[in-house]
Design a protein around this ligand. Structure first.
Ligand code: PGA
Length: 252
């Protein structure tokens, strides 16, 4: 493993960072679409990208981008969960992004948290195969957990991990539980793209806002690659940019 430099961009706050990043993401997508018919992209869920979604919708309304030739692959989903459960990432993405832009339904590739246990393996393999068959992800956007998880690749995940079912760590569960009304309903497992799937993307952006992320951002940037902080695996990639605000960047 080689430690490559992670680029960082620091903005005054999450609002300004999301606005500027949305514009550069649109430029990146449009550049890809000049070269090939489709742009394969993956964007995270959670609290971090909500302003990014709003800005993307605004840019779409201003005709700066069309999503017709975007192929979307989702990063993770709780398991088990039904796609119309308001706590599912499927529901979340529809509500916050897809219902407001011109992406065709057939271009949206979601991990299915409602799938029968026996079919999980083949579901994950066909998800991976589809990305490969279409030439690989062009752009991967990530958030980061306070324990350094990317997607639901929790500490201990391996660099060559593929899309699979995982246990959600206790720390992640306790953070997520604040977002769920009924703590008993928190799924303890998830389907997630693997570290290898993420690293195979052409370009990677990781967004982190606020001081609750400052310690893990500091550790990720300063530590050697370690399975205890899955985000450090990003140092193995040639083109990674961390998009931060002045709070999340305070320990780099
Ligand atoms: P958050 O989650 O955006 O809700 O902070 C990020 C993550 O856990 O990857």
């Amino acid at each position: 493993m080689v430690n490559k430099k992670i680029k960082t961009k620091v903005y005054p706050n999450s609002k300004s960072g999301s606005k500027i990043f949305a514009k550069s993401l649109v430029n990146e997508i449009n550049e890809v679409l000049l070269k090939k018919k489709y742009c394969l992209i993956s964007i995270p869920t959670g609290n971090t990208p909500t302003d990014l979604y709003k800005e993307l919708i605004e840019l779409y309304k201003k005709k700066k981008i069309s999503f017709k030739n975007i192929l979307f692959f989702n990063l993770d989903e709780f398991y088990p969960i039904s796609e119309d459960d308001i706590q599912s990432y499927n529901y979340y993405l529809n509500e916050k992004l897809f219902n407001h832009i011109d992406i065709p339904k057939k271009n949206i590739n979601m991990l299915n948290g409602d799938i029968n246990e026996n079919n999980i393996n083949s579901h994950c393999i066909s998800f991976e195969d589809k990305i490969k068959r279409l030439g690989g992800l062009d752009i991967q956007v990530l958030g980061i957990g306070q324990n350094g998880h990317i997607g639901f690749n929790e500490p201990g995940s391996l660099i060559d991990s593929k899309t699979r079912k995982v246990n959600i760590s206790d720390l992640s569960l306790s953070i997520i539980s604040n977002e769920f009304n009924n703590k008993n309903e928190i799924p303890k497992e998830a389907l997630t793209m693997g570290v290898d799937t993420i690293l195979s993307s052409n370009k990677i952006f990781l967004l982190a806002w606020g001081k609750t992320k400052s310690t893990i951002i500091g550790k990720t940037i300063k530590n050697k690659i370690t399975k205890n902080i899955p985000a450090t695996y990003l140092k193995n990639h040639n083109d990674v940019t961390f998009i931060l605000d002045k709070y999340s960047s305070s320990k780099i």
